[in-house]
Design a protein around this ligand. Structure first.
Ligand SMILES: *[C@@H]1O[C@H](CO)[C@@H](O)[C@H](O)[C@H]1NC(C)=O
Ligand SMILES: *[C@@H]1O[C@H](CO)[C@@H](O)[C@H](O)[C@H]1NC(C)=O
Ligand SMILES: *[C@@H]1O[C@H](CO)[C@@H](O)[C@H](O)[C@H]1NC(C)=O
Ligand SMILES: *[C@@H]1O[C@H](CO)[C@@H](O)[C@H](O)[C@H]1NC(C)=O
Ligand SMILES: *[C@@H]1O[C@H](CO)[C@@H](O)[C@H](O)[C@H]1NC(C)=O
Length: 546
């Protein structure tokens, strides 16, 4: 015995596993294991070899006889040249300690054999998971038959590693993903191992719904201001899984009856102005998300622009010109006589240029005013002609101030006035009939002389102003011109006749005489007078002929 130990120590073969490699050896149930020694034929020949399993002999070999234990009949093959042993048709009972002793040399070796049931039919439960992001945990469990020594979980083609939110428990057979995210969606498999086999499960699908998020509203055409009557289309989009979403629409926070991803606003009216937003709803995650609002402002086209003065534009009065229109005006601009209107001490603009104010209007303000009234979708202009009302001023009477009886009188009165003045004539302070600016009379009489007054009235300014004029009417002698000496003599004769007739003709005779000198109009009045006239004419013609 002591010899054996010393020998073994010296040869180094007795140490540890000896002539057998380090174990354990692994083999599946039903499989075959080969206990291969480290010896070679040159180490032999061996005279005696014992193989033992625990305390039980497997085989005793010597060159003359090789006797297997009955339990191993047919299941073993011994290799005399290396003292190796093959064991077949393994059962779980074959697992344990194996040893070999060899003579000569007292060589010894031992090792362990582990028998494993091969793993099979790995299954993951549940067969699928339909989860909501950030709301659920995923729990998967792996089971299989056979003697399992380890589990590996596969997420797609990569191995799942444990972390804060990925927990592997029960030796790795359970996988828990806490608070799943969209990125955890995928196919998961479990892979089951033991030293003699491995098997992988069918994939199970973890679906993770999420969203809606990034809810966006697109307005087409895209602008801030729209003309009344425009057609606008609003489209809502969002990201989610699965992609089907419900959409709702809001105007200034109030839900509209419309649903669906597109809201069409046809023939839009100003009352539809406001902030639009859309809301997406996901029936699986039961989550809502609303887009940013988009402001839509509908403007009416400007129409019927007009400039209206606040008061009569009477010189010296304060007046406002007001520029208005229907529609939705946002800007107004004033021009005068084709140039931009520049406010000054007397002229001011207020109420966003709606009102043009004159402290006092005066004639310098006369002109063509143009108010351009606009909004971003239209523009229109209104004209106003300013004629400041003033006067009357500079009332004057023109005409001959010296007339002879029977000569015409023509006096014209004028005044500076807007609107034009109306005139009233007076003689010696008494109103006389006249044709407004003109006072005329065919034949002056002595009584037409006197002080004429013309009073001009501007019925708008309600101002009056007058002028006076002194007219002298002379009872002058008849002095026809352009006649021959004979003619003059004839006229002298006529005059004599006139003088003679004066007793019967009086005033009218005188008048007729005067007409004879100035024009040839037939006279009116009484028959007596007609006759007299004819007589005189005859005389006169006679005189001329001589
Ligand atoms: C789940 O994860 C999200 C994002 O990481 C986080 O905001 C949320 O608070 C988590 N929820 C729970 C219950 O842990
Ligand atoms: C699965 O893989 C994806 C990347 O492919 C990763 O983002 C995700 O976190 C993984 N999930 C788990 C539970 O391993
Ligand atoms: C639309 O929203 C903006 C800011 O979000 C706000 O200033 C504006 O007044 C809103 N418009 C209407 C019509 O409510
Ligand atoms: C979120 O989780 C809770 C508790 O687990 C559950 O009652 C609820 O239905 C889940 N929500 C959704 C939208 O799945
Ligand atoms: C007006 O007055 C003048 C002199 O002052 C007089 O000659 C004339 O007859 C008067 N005429 C009338 C119509 O009163």
């Amino acid at each position: 015995m002591i010899y054996l130990i010393i020998l073994g120590t010296m040869s180094g073969l007795c140490e540890g596993a000896g002539v057998l490699p380090d174990g354990p050896l692994n083999a599946p149930v039903g499989g075959t294991v080969m206990f291969t020694t480290t010896l070679t034929p040159s180490d032999g020949p061996f005279t005696v070899v014992f193989w033992k399993f625990g305390i039980k002999d497997i085989i005793r070999y010597d060159p003359t006889a090789s006797i297997p234990h009955p339990d191993y009949e047919g299941r073993i093959t011994f290799f005399p040249s290396t003292a190796s042993l093959e064991l077949r048709d393994l059962t779980l009972d074959d697992g344990g300690e194996y040893a070999v002793n060899i003579i000569p040399g007292f060589l010894q070796g031992d090792t362990r054999l582990d028998i494993y049931e091969p793993v099979s039919s790995a299954t993951v439960t549940p067969p699928s998971l339909d989860l909501v992001e950030f709301n659920s945990s995923a729990r998967l469990s792996c089971s299989s038959s056979g003697s399992v020594t380890s589990y590996v979980w596969m997420n797609g083609s990569s191995e799942v590693t444990a972390s804060d939110r990925v927990h592997l428990t029960d030796g790795g057979s359970n996988l828990t993903v806490v608070n799943v995210s969209r990125y955890d969606q995928g196919s998961y498999r479990c892979r089951v191992f033991n030293p003699v086999s491995d098997v992988i499960s069918d994939p199970v699908i973890i679906s993770v719904s999420f969203g809606p998020e990034n809810v966006k509203m697109t307005v087409s055409p895209s602008q801030n201001l729209y003309k009344e009557g425009s057609d606008i289309s609003l489209t809502c989009s969002a990201e989610s899984r699965p992609p089907s979403l419900q959409f709702f629409w809001f105007l200034d926070g109030e839900q509209l009856s419309d649903t669906g991803p597109e809201l069409r606003l046809m023939n839009i009216q100003t009352t539809q102005s406001g902030n639009y937003s859309c809301q997406a709803f996901h029936s699986k995650t039961m989550r809502y998300e609303t887009s940013q609002p988009s402001s839509i402002t509908v403007l009416q086209k400007i129409s019927g622009p007009h400039v209206t003065p606040s008061d009569l534009t009477i010189e010296g009065n304060p007046v406002n010109l007001i520029c208005d229109a229907s529609g939705s005006p946002t800007a107004r601009k004033w021009m005068k006589d084709g140039s931009d209107l520049i406010p000054n001490d007397n002229i001011a603009l207020s109420d966003n240029n709606r009102v043009l104010s004159f402290n006092t209007v005066n004639r310098e303000n006369n002109g063509d005013y143009l108010c351009t009234i606009s909004n971003p979708v239209s523009s229109s202009e209104a004209k106003y002609r300013m004629d400041v009302m003033y006067g009357p001023e500079n009332v004057r009477i023109t005409g001959k101030d010296n007339v002879t009886v029977s000569e015409p009188i023509k006096l014209i009165c004028s005044a500076n006035s807007t609107p034009s003045a109306t005139f009233t004539w007076m003689l010696n302070g008494t109103v006389i009939p006249a044709n407004s600016p003109e006072f005329s009379k065919e034949n002056a009489e002595l009584s037409d002389g006197g002080i004429y007054t013309c009073e001009a009235l501007n019925y708008i300014t309600d101002r009056r102003s007058s002028a006076t004029f002194e007219l002298f009417v002379h009872a002058g002698s008849i002095q026809p011109s352009g006649l021959s000496a004979g003619g003059i003599a004839g006229i002298a004769i006529v005059c004599l006749i006139i003088t003679a007739a004066a007793a019967g003709g009086g005033y009218y005779f005188y008048r007729r005489k005067s007409n004879l000198n100035t024009d040839a109009h037939p006279m009116n009045n009484t028959e007596n007078k007609e006759n007299l006239y004819e007589e005189i004419s005859a005389v006169y013609e006679n005189v001329k002929a001589h």
